[in-house]
Design a protein around this ligand. Structure first.
Ligand code: PLP
Length: 396
């Protein structure tokens, strides 16, 4: 009953922007969470693809503790070592030239939008400012990012939106060609659409867009806020496709639960921002960068990416098995540990029943159930999740 009390208190003071489940969480370990009544949940949400190393990773905790004892924040008016080290790891393990640190996915997207506009104006003139994004995409909740988001349900009542964003059909190259013009400065897309329903891009689509961007000398920008940082079994989703962007947006899993975002750019455009062009008070602070440093080093050095590839394959097989058994499952999609099942019915009650049975799941749109567990998930834990889901599906 303690939970009801807290929920009541929460409803009194927290702005009503989320439909929350009636659970108050207070503890976690490995891939499990606990609520304040002690009920345990197997976590296939990970704070929405955030807690990449699961809970109570001692290396992460110790590094953060030691850093915070010394210095939590200092301005970007000065240098700090975790900031430089985190950037060095990102640059060394990617195709990019420079990093801009911020605090969230939306901020990473905002910085990319600004970089693209400056690039367009610098190389093609004052009228080159349009950005093409995709329908069914999701890029965040700030005014620029929500305009880039190609879903009107997120945009209603917010007009006027940002000028100069055009939407193409995802995986439909003709629809991109139809709206591209010499006003276009960039194309922004998710290599795997997350909120839009776990939809991977076709490799051919990305290749065609890459060629088009090269031809026009404009920027190809990937929003890897959800699908980056190990989710696909590669540090970056572009590695899974071998089609390379000029700009990348990162956040979610980057800090393993600590808030941090990043935008990276290659040599073609990394010097477009000059002092004064963009900034963030908290961006790149030593605490957040320490978290990112540990997450990146762990993913790269501790065989986690191999685990994502193996367990991603295993999870996918299990989901395909379920699809054979239950005809309400009409599709299984995803790469690595970013998987989704599309159902022919609304998913709300299924997710609720799974939570009651101790499995946290989250939807992606109205009829896709998303599976984004911590990247350290093991086979027996996948079995446990599938058993719960199967039991629930049997009752539908
Ligand atoms: C979650 C998400 C964002 C927004 O990230 P915030 O940290 O919530 O601002 C942007 N792009 C994608 C692809 C996302 O999944």
């Amino acid at each position: 009953m303690a939970q009801d009390k807290w929920i009541e208190r929460g409803k009194n003071v927290i702005m009503n922007t989320y439909n929350r489940f009636p659970i108050t969480l207070s503890d976690g370990e490995g891939v499990y969470l606990k609520d304040i009544d002690g009920k345990k949940y197997l976590d296939f949400v990970s704070g929405i693809a955030v807690n990449s190393l699961g809970y109570k990773n001692q290396t992460l905790i110790n590094a953060l503790y030691n850093q915070m004892k010394n210095l939590i924040h200092c301005s970007n008016l000065y240098w700090n070592i975790p900031n430089i080290e985190a950037a060095e790891i990102l640059i060394k393990n990617s195709i990019f030239d420079k990093v801009f640190f911020c605090n969230s996915g939306a901020e990473a997207v905002e910085s990319a939008i600004k970089l693209a506009r400056k690039y367009g104006k610098k190389f093609h003139g004052e009228d080159c400012y349009e950005i093409i994004t995709m329908k069914q995409s999701f890029h965040g909740r700030t005014m620029g990012a929500i305009t880039a988001t190609g879903q009107s349900k997120y945009q209603k009542d917010l007009n006027p939106l940002l000028d100069g964003i055009l939407y193409a059909e995802y995986n439909n190259f003709e629809s991109v060609k139809k709206i591209i013009s010499n006003k276009t400065c960039a194309i922004l897309l998710e290599p795997i659409q997350g909120e839009g329903g776990i939809r991977p891009a076709d490799k051919e689509f990305l290749k065609n867009i890459r060629e088009l961007c090269d031809e026009k000398n404009i920027l190809l920008m990937y929003d890897e806020v959800q699908c980056g940082i190990g989710r696909t079994g590669y540090l970056f989703a572009y590695e899974a496709y071998e089609v390379f962007p000029d700009v990348i947006c990162l956040a979610k899993g980057l800090g393993g639960g600590f808030p941090i975002g990043a935008m990276m750019a290659n040599k073609k455009c990394s010097s477009v921002f000059q002092p004064g062009d963009h900034a963030s008070t908290f961006g790149g602070n030593p605490a957040a960068c320490t978290a990112a440093k540990i997450v990146l080093n762990t993913l790269i050095n501790d065989n986690i990416l191999k685990n994502v590839k193996e367990q991603g394959k295993y999870l996918r097989e299990k989901l395909l098995n379920l699809k054979e058994k239950f005809n309400i499952i009409i599709d299984v999609r995803g790469i690595g540990l970013m998987q989704g099942i599309e159902l022919s019915i609304p998913i709300g009650d299924i997710i609720k029943s799974c939570i009651e049975k101790g499995l946290l799941l989250v939807g992606a749109g109205s009829n896709v159930i998303r599976f984004v567990p911590p990247l350290i998930i093991k086979e027996n834990e996948i079995n446990e999740a599938i058993d719960i889901l199967e039991e629930v599906l049997k009752g539908v």
